[in-house]
Design a protein around this ligand. Sequence first.
Ligand code: SAM
Length: 302
Amino acid sequence: MARTEGHTPPHPGDDRSLEKPHPRWRSATVTPVVEGNEGSAPESDRTPHPLDTEQLTSARVYDYLLGGKDNYDVDRDMARQMLSSAPELKTLAWFTRSFMRKAVEMAADAGIRQFVDLGSGIPNSPNVHEIAQEIEPEARVVYVDYDRVVYTHCDALLAGQPGVAALLGDVRHPQEILDQLENHALINLDEPVAITMISVLHYVMDEEKPADIIAAFRDRMAPGSYMAITHGSSDSDPAILQVLTGTKDTSAQVAFRSTPQTEAFLAGFELLEPGVVPVQQWLRSDLPETRMVMLGGIGRKP
Ligand SMILES: C[S@@+](CC[C@H](N)C(=O)[O-])C[C@H]1O[C@@H](n2cnc3c(N)ncnc32)[C@H](O)[C@@H]1O
C-alpha cells in the first residue's frame, strides 16, 4: 500500500477535516433491487475502516477487477464470486472506465476546465486528470473518496501532478464536500465544472436520499456544468444480484436501480444523447451486452 509521510488524512464529517492544511495543488421510493440487501446497517458501519483488512471495500474489489494489486483476500473472494456469475465483469469495468473517459473528454471539449471525481477509487490510468489535461493542460482535478485508503493512494500517487488535489469526503454529506472545495479554493463554483460519479451512487441507500445528493451538487454548479453518472442496473442478471447480497451491511452494499430511477437522478440537467443506457451504448454499437448492466448518463446544467 502506498503511504504518505507525516500526513494524517482528515475524517469526513469530523471538524478536524476543516482545520486540515490547505490541500496542496500539485505544483499546483425507490425499490431496493438486490433481493436480500433490503434495509441497511447504519452509515458508520457502511463506511470503510482503513485498518480493517477483513472487511471488503468497493474500492479494493473494483481495483481487483481492473487488474490492480491494492486488494485483500476478502475483496478478491467477493470479486471471484461475482466473476463466477458474470465472467465478463472485468470487461464491463473497463467499459465503465471508457464511459468515464468519454464523459471527461466531452466536458473538456466543451470548454470545462475544472473536474471533481466523486468516489474516485484507487487511481488507475487513465485517471480523470490525465484525460482532461490531454485536452487542456491547465485543467484542475479534485479526487474525492470517503475511503482513507483511496485518499492515501490519491494523495501519494498523484503527488507532483500539476493541478491535481485529493480530498477525503463522503458524498452522503454533499455540503461538506462543497464547502471544502470552496474553502480551499480548489474549484470555482461560479464557473462550469464537470462532476463524475462513476459507479458510486449504488452504494448510497434509499434512506440516504441519493437524488437529494445529486441535487445538492447540481444546485451549486454553474450553468454549463456537466454531471456524469454510472449506476448498477436492477435489470442485471438475477444470479449476479444474488452474489451481491453478500455485500450486505458492508461499505460495499449495493442498491441497484432501474433505468427510470437512475434517469431521475439527472433531473434538472439536459440529458445528453443517448440518455441513460448501458455504458456500452455510449461507446460503440458493436460492444457485447453484459450480465451485469451498468447504466451511464450525462447531464448538462442549462
Ligand atoms: C466501484 S468503485 C468506482 C471507482 C471509480 N469511480 C471508477 O469508476 O473507477 C466505488 C468508489 O466509490 C467510493 N464510494 C462509495 N461510497 C462513497 C461515499 N459515500 N462517498 C465517497 N466515496 C464513496 C468507494 O470508496 C470506491 O472508491
